[in-house]
Structures are given as C-alpha cells and as structure tokens.
Design a protein around this ligand. Sequence first.
Ligand code: UDP
Length: 455
Amino acid sequence: ATQEIEKAPHAVRRRVVLFPLPFQGHLSPMLQLAELLRARGLAVTVLHTDFNAPDPARHPELAFVSIHEALPHEATSPDADIVAQLLALNSGCEAPFREALASLLLLREDVACVVVDGQWYAALGAAGALGVPVLALRTDSAATFGSLLAFPRLRDAGYVPIKEERRDDELVPELEPLRVRDLIRIDGSDVDALRGFIARVADAVRASASGVLLNSFDAIEAPELARIEKELSCPAFAVGPLHRMCPGPAPAEHGLHVPDRRCLAWLDAHPPRSVLYVSLGSVARVDRGVFEEMAWGLAGSGVPFLWVVRPGSVRGGGADELPNGLDEGFRSRGKVVAWAPQLEVLAHEAVGAFWTHCGWNSTLEGVCAGVPMLAQPCFADQTVNARYVTHRWGVGLEVGDVIDRARVAARVRMVMAGEEGDRARERARQLKLQADQCVAASFALDNLVQYVLSL
Ligand code: UDP
C-alpha cells in the first residue's frame, strides 16, 4: 500500500508546461516539441508572452495560457540590440511567468515538469524556486551551447574577448574545429553585457535544470553532446531534428510570417537542381551595400534563384528595393519573395543549393534536405554553425568575409556546378540519409518521455 501511495503522484503527474522564447527560430522548435510530447501521450500547456504570441488555432490539442507581460520598448523593438533585448525580456517576464506558473500549479496536480527555452534564465530560476522540475530546451547546436559553457575558461585563457587580431584564425583548444573568429559574438553589443548574459544562462542551467534538450542528433554532434553531459552532470537529450520528427502541423505553420506559396509553382517550372535558394532567416539584417553586392553577384552568376528579401531586412537608404539597372536577365531568372515556405522549398527537386545565414534551424533544415550550402553567417551562433557546415560536415562552402559581386557570382557558380559544390552535394546526401535514420529511430524522444515521467 505504501508503494502505491508513493507511486500515485507520479501516475497522475503527466502534464508538461512549455515556455518558448517569442522569436521564430525559438517558437518553431518548442511547438514542434509540444506536438511530439502530446503525440506520446503527455498533456501540454504552452505558457507564452503576448509579444509574438503563437496562434492556438493551429494547435487544437495544446492548451495556451498567456503570461500577460508588460514589456519596455527595448524588449520588443526590431531595432533593439539583441543582448539588451534578451536581458529586457528576461527581467520583464520573470514575475509574470512566475505568477502564471504558480497559478497553474495550484490549479493542476498533473504537472510533471516545465520546459523553458534555454535563453530564459530568469524563468529557469523561477520554475526551480517553485519546486517543479525544469528542463532547458536549447534551440542552438550542441557545439554552440558547449562553447557558451566553456566561456569562463576561454575568457581566462584570453580567447574572449579577442585581444589580438592575429589570434583570429587560431583553433580554440577543446572546441575544434572552431577558430577564435567563430566564437559567438554580436557586433555592436556591449561585450560585458554579452558575457553577463551568457554567464546568467549557464549559471541558471547549472543551478536549476534537471536536464537539457537539444535540437540536434548524434550523427552530427555526438562528441559535442557528450561534452555537455560531462560538463553539466545532468542528462542531455538530443531530440532533433525536431522539424522532421514532428507529426503535427507542417513546421511552416508555426510561423509568425505568411509564406508566399506562389514560389512553389515557380520552382515547378525549373529543372532539377537548377535553382539557388537564398534566405538569411527571420532576424538578420544586412547593410544596403551588402544587399546590392548580393543582387549584382546573383545577376552575374547566371544562376536562377529564389531570394527571400524580408521587409526591413536591409539597413540604410533605399530599404529593400532592388538596385536600379539590374538587367532583364536578373529579373527573368530570379524570384524575390518576402517570406518563403522554406521547408517545402528545400525539399523541392528544383533547388540545387541553399545560400544561408546558418541560423541553427536553417542549418538543420538544409542538412536534413540534403542540399549543399553557401554559408554567410551574420552574428551570434551563425559563425559556429557555418564552421561546422564547411569544416566538420563538409556540406557547404563559405561565401567569404567580404561580400563583393565578383566573389558572390563565383561562389554561387561553384556551389551549383563546381567541383567543391559536387563534393558538398555528395556529403549532404550522406548526411540526409543519417538524419532519416535518426528520425526513424527517435530513441531520444522516447528516453525523454520516460525521464519526464520519472521526475
Ligand atoms: N524561414 C521560413 N521562410 C523564410 C525564411 C525563414 O520559413 O523565408 C524559417 C526557416 O525555415 C527557419 C526559421 O525561419 O525555421 C529561421 O530560423 P533560423 O534558426 O534559421 O534563423 P533565425 O531566424 O533565428 O536567425
């Protein structure tokens, strides 16, 4: 009888409460995880901010509860410095999250654990203080998260902030193939603020998390995953690639943007592997000069292209208007859209390569689609991902530090039809097969559910 009483609370505690960070690259993997946990028999409540709130109508079987935060302008402005924005979001959401979670815990006895985005250090601490087990979902790669955990050591060894330019190309001990220049950095952000943010994230995970979830898989990051488990002494579950595991709505449906689906018919009219798909994700912005060199480079390459030019993604005069004087060839060969149904585009046989900023979602999506990539990292973890694309997995080429039209045209032709491009395409094909095998097995998700039920 005693045993039954001891077991009883576990038998009824079977709800998971999720708290995503309100940005595209974070909402999608969290909602994919939500659908996967629901499909495995767990009840799911999504706590969310009013800012960039997800659409509950797209997830009829999940419960949604807003935390009704009141945020300062710097937390929500697209012009805000990213580190300042993350700090403001954390401090502005801490109390509303704590109150919403406390109310939920009073209302429901079935909560097994909370999963918060790994950037929500304040929510990690708040959930821990309420005594409920909490897991952190990292939406970046294991390599990136590992490099953040190593930051204090790297700082002591003089790698961050970088003191001497000439160390840029030096390999970072314990983090190879990363060089000093590949370590996460955010131009324009205060280095101390960035370091402070990283330290808070790492401290919160160490102090409060009963485990870490990563949107990655063993075939691409086994040593990096092992290093994280060793460093944190808690389980790390590589539950990715989530967009492929997810049985629910198509991941594009999680979007904050409306995809222009007409580009799929445009792709239909092209031969296999003839089109370059160009997208720099949902956040990155480029200077007007870079944008123009990209346009002229695409024009000079002679390659058909589908280019996502997100409104507001170009800094400086002329906004996101195409440069004057581009020839008719450019306009008839290319299609420009404000937002694409990326997963369907990458899966389309007409797409021959993917020019990407190497956000982690886009990188994983490219890997799983088996397309070679042209890497143009802009900030944050994109440099880490780009280095893995080009130097660990061999599935892509760098555009290069300086974006000029002649170089762009040459790299585009190289990835579409050159020898290096062919090698990357073959490696991409192999990696896609490994991803397919991992999706078919999905051990990590089963292990995660068992772990959640044991908490
Ligand atoms: N995306 C999309 N259509 C676009 C551009 C991007 O659906 O035109 C999606 C893409 O599939 C990915 C996400 O937006 O899932 C971007 O996330 P990522 O981590 O690559 O970059 P971030 O936007 O966070 O920099």
